[in-house]
Design a protein around this ligand. Structure first.
Ligand code: 5GP
Length: 120
């Protein structure tokens, strides 16, 4: 199952500055902010600035510069937030059956002590 891109999705609106977010990082390729309903001591969402529905869409269509910029941003955010030592986890839901709710690629960054076992 795939979702269509919808310019009115909540993360597109955050990117346009129409909705507030607790931003922790921004550069040419990526924006990162706190999840509104955190599932770990630190729970950040990292999104690309381009209009990509999911990891599947992004990995297929984005330029090498966008992909490299995004991947490096995720790593830098985790380092800058001090998450490497306690350890962290990355997750991206692709498609509604996986639990993807917002049709703009977002990588969940879960960090802090006591993450617990990965369930799936
Ligand atoms: P998904 O289920 O699509 O992988 O993840 C969507 C995530 O977005 C959820 O963890 C949810 O808590 C978060 N979220 C939904 N609406 C908002 C919002 O308006 N602001 C922020 N910061 N996070 C949101």
């Amino acid at each position: 199952a795939t979702l269509p891109y919808d310019d009115g999705n909540i993360f597109a609106r955050i990117l346009r500055g129409e909705l507030p977010a607790k931003t922790v990082y921004e550069d040419e390729h990526a924006l990162a902010f706190h999840d509104i309903n955190p599932q770990a001591p630190t729970h950040i969402l990292v999104i690309p600035k381009g209009a990509y529905v999911s990891w599947d869409d992004f990995s297929a269509r984005a330029s090498d510069a966008e992909i490299a910029g995004f991947v490096r941003a995720v790593g830098k955010i985790a380092r800058d937030l001090g998450l490497v030592e306690p350890g962290y986890r990355l997750l991206a839901n692709v498609g509604p059956d996986s639990g993807q709710e917002v049709p703009h690629l977002h990588v969940h960054l879960f960090g802090g002590h006591g993450l617990g076992p990965m369930l799936v």
